[in-house]
Write a protein that binds this ligand. Sequence first.
Ligand code: NAD
Length: 431
Amino acid sequence: MTAPHDGSTPPVPTQLDAHHGPLADARAQLAAAVDHLGVDDGTHRMLAIPRREMAVAVPLRRDDGSTAVYEGFRVQHNFSRGPAKGGLRFFPAVDLDEVRALAMWMTWKCALVDVPYGGAKGGVAIDTRDHSGSELERVTRRYTSEILPIIGPEVDIPAPDIGTDEQTMAWIMDTYSASVGHTVPGVVTGKPISLGGSLGRALATSRGVAHIALMAMASRGMDPSDTTAAVQGFGKVGRGAARFLADAGVRVQAVSDIDGAVWAGDGLDITRLGAHADETGSVAGFPGAEPIDPASLVTLDVDVLVPAAVEGVITEDNADHVRASIIVEGANGPTTNEADAILGERDVLVVPDILANAGGVVVSYFEWVQANQAYQWSEREVKDRLEERMTRAWHDVVEYAGAHRLTYREAATALSVRRVIEAHELRGLYP
Ligand code: NAD
């Protein structure tokens, strides 16, 4: 921000000027929660403005000797309940406002499932498909060294998100550890098991999505064996969610990824589809299934829709045409606020991201606890504790929504915001 010519102090940047996109939606959701809870303006602004943000240039020496430079970000939205926690995204569309929105949603998500973290998010605007493994390693290490002053096991703990995986986390851990002079497994979660990763972490988000989807179906009297579903995205979240739903007897009729979409009336064989995607890089061309327009996936005639790719795919333009009666948000921010209102009027049950996909951060928390204790839990222990937390969060949201006549998103946000405010007030304002 440039100083005014008259020398007076510039106004505090409110960052309340996003009119469209995930950040505008996240702020409007916060404003609705603040309104419902009767929170004062100062506290509202504390929650609307991220506590700390870092924008960095990430230069890369490419394999051919040329130099590329990418924009990278890390936003720490809130620390009231503990260190900041959130994924790192490598995706071309990453920008600061998106990362701000995702960081805010992380704060609410951590509060909702009651893990002792605030929210953060990071991103680099890069297309991983255009880069070799060694280029991605150099980008990851350079980005890590740029944000190193603001991360750490007690400060901010990154994890995988779109375009990043356990290998990315291993490089971050190694870069951080080399810089501080000793191995620090607790600086990231979602690590490989051999480096202190938690059993059950890789599939935790998907497992949580499926668990929540099954509870949502039960709440509407739907029997899984008589239910159909479509899943958008076949990455870390979508693939596992499709598999767990199919394991529960749901007919997963359609799946898409960035390159295409496939449909089979009797249900897709998710294991075979996974093998096909591993081999070819996409679900497209899966034998025995019909190719469909990926854009049509969200309006297919199925009972349950699981968007598990990117933000803003269910909008005011297609919400009227959604035929599923339940939407379980595996992705963060897949439904715009305008679409949410339309779906609400149509009595479509939308299970919000901060509840539906919270399984990942729950097991990330378990991984961090295990790293700090240098002790490994069994997979059974991880799965049971995950299910217990997801079930508790589901019932908290359902009860609050019923008691206050709110949608599940409004209820989940209000509950979370209330928990963050409680921590904020107990700690007081320094100085
Ligand atoms: P990923 O990179 O493993 O997979 C993303 C998938 O989405 C890929 O199959 C990709 O091809 C597909 N995709 C991208 N753009 C698409 C489009 N326009 N249409 C259809 N498919 C598209 O990422 P992920 O970790 O599975 O994350 C997916 C979503 O889940 C993101 O919103 C992420 O923030 C959220 N999430 C992830 C985790 C986690 O533990 N990984 C936890 C909570 C939430």
